[in-house]
Write a protein that binds this ligand. Structure first.
Ligand SMILES: NC(=O)c1ccc[n+]([C@@H]2O[C@H](COP(=O)([O-])OP(=O)(O)OC[C@H]3O[C@@H](n4cnc5c(N)ncnc54)[C@H](OP(=O)(O)O)[C@@H]3O)[C@@H](O)[C@H]2O)c1
Length: 436
């Protein structure tokens, strides 16, 4: 029987899942391609560590080049993560004529174009479904099912750790710090959560999705990134009171003059579908010119969900091999020679609605001072709430604005901060409502 001979780099969470899936479902997979996916070798830093998997005659080594250069390997699965040595190993694997499957979003988002170009020039596949939202088949959906349809915008809940933290904060009324500590204990957050909570992981995924959507090279450095580490339980409670939930959203829009790219905590209407995406789940909402809005939802991480996407990429390569097809679909959908950078619109030019929270002295005339400042910057108010009474402490004043520009909001916030009756730096969170 025809075979696709597989070598894996890295034997951690995802590596273990891939090995288990190939062992448990290998026979079923053959029925879908006529090709046997045969695992030949795994290279990992510490082969002696017990992973709880019986490898049979699969070789385990600490020599990554036995995978990358081995004559008995057709596909290299890169599951180490990061840039170094992953980038060099992927390059070497392609140069030695092997297809590559990776789950490495950082690599594709920041170094992807050169590697995809190399793969295309050599007539090889470089596949990365697992790199964006784990098991959610969004890469394939955008590259194939929506391939003909101009994408106008993408909204994504792209980081399960952040979504879990925000969900727990809302449901249990807890602080960011205490939920993060609990998530780390349960294994939902890394010991060093920086990449997740600061929005970097979500931005890597958004860079890849925006590239596929708009026919540009991934532009990670052009993304405006804000994490959830400054979101307080007070804002979450106020958002609920005003009819919203707070989500870490990746937002990519194709607008006149360029693209809007941001990852940020966002107030979304409680009644929207995006608000109902809770816990560790990921969801991507794509609006395209002909299809309208389509939604993709599922588990964005974890051993089995991520393995499902990696093995599907392997099966696709097996199918192509069996059909004698080469590079049937370009890595980012648009052929690399046609990828064209688009200007990223400046945040100051963007417009939307805003949630503002001020800590103000509780005395007559303060509301008038605040609304006068907002009027000066042409910011009109949709809703305003104040709670609590205090002779000496500041009390919260929460405002939801109508549509205005980021530039006006930033100037207005500066002027508000300068008021004697405003006791703390005002907080603001952007609102998104266009999910239909
Ligand atoms: N975990 C998920 O749910 C998930 C979801 C989507 C995408 N991903 C992506 O999948 C990739 C792998 O993630 P993971 O969670 O499986 O990571 P992990 O559990 O940390 O595993 C990484 C593996 O790489 C090995 N490794 C590290 N440096 C190496 C080197 N220089 N040479 C050889 N092996 C080396 C480690 O070796 P030892 O164990 O032998 O020390 C380990 O087995 C990353 O790109 C990640 O972003 C993960």
């Amino acid at each position: 029987m025809e075979e696709l001979r597989i070598g894996i780099l890295g034997f951690g969470t995802v590596g273990r899942g891939v090995v288990t899936m190939l062992q448990e479902h290998g026979d079923e997979i053959i029925k879908r391609s006529g090709v046997r996916l045969r695992l030949v070798r795994i290279a990992t830093r510490t082969p002696s560590r017990d992973r709880g998997v019986d490898l049979g005659d699969v070789e385990l080594t600490n020599d990554v080049y036995r995978v990358v250069n081995g004559d008995d390997i057709d596909v290299v699965v890169e599951l180490i993560g990061g840039y170094d040595p992953a980038e060099a190993l992927v390059r070497d694997a392609l140069n030695s004529g092997k297809h590559v499957v990776t789950a490495n979003k950082a690599l594709i988002a920041e170094r992807g174009v050169g590697l995809l170009d190399l793969a295309a020039n050599k007539g090889l596949e470089l596949s990365f479904e697992a790199a964006v939202a784990g098991a959610v088949p969004i890469v394939k959906a955008m590259k194939e099912s929506l391939a003909a349809d101009p994408v106008e915008r993408i909204y994504g809940i792209l980081n399960g750790t952040c979504n879990y933290i925000l969900t727990e904060m809302r449901e249990k009324g807890l602080s960011f710090e205490s939920v993060l500590a609990d998530a780390q204990e349960k294994g939902f957050a890394e010991a060093d959560p920086t990449f997740d909570v600061e929005g970097i992981d979500a931005a890597h995924k958004l860079a890849i999705l925006a590239a596929i959507a708009f026919g540009t090279p991934p532009n990670f450095s052009g993304i405006h990134i804000e994490g959830i580490n400054h979101i307080s339980d007070v804002d979450i409670a106020w958002a609920m009171e005003m009819g919203y939930r707070i989500k870490l959203l990746g937002i990519a829009k194709r607008l006149e003059g360029g693209v809007e790219l941001r990852v940020q905590p966002t107030l979304v209407p409680e009644s929207s579908m995006v608000a109902s995406v809770e816990g560790v789940f990921n969801s991507v909402f794509v609006r395209s010119a002909y299809a309208g809005t389509t939604m993709y939802h599922g588990r964005g991480a974890g051993e089995k969900p991520t393995a499902s996407a990696v093995v599907a990429d392997l099966l696709e390569i097996a199918r192509n091999q069996s059909a004698g097809a080469k590079c049937r679909v370009a890595g980012l959908s648009v052929l690399t020679k046609h990828l064209k950078p688009l200007p990223v619109l400046d945040m100051a030019e963007l417009s939307g609605e805003y949630y503002l929270r001020l800590a103000v002295l509780d005395r007559p005339g303060v509301l008038a001072d605040v609304t006068t400042v907002l009027a000066r910057y042409d910011i009109s108010i949709d809703a305003i709430r104040q709670k609590g009474r205090s002779q000496k402490d500041a009390v919260p004043l929460v405002i939801v604005t109508h549509k205005t520009t980021e530039q006006r909001i930033q100037s207005g916030l500066k002027a508000l901060e300068a008021l004697e009756s405003v006791r703390e730096k005002p907080r603001f969170i952007r609102i998104e409502t266009g999910f239909a």
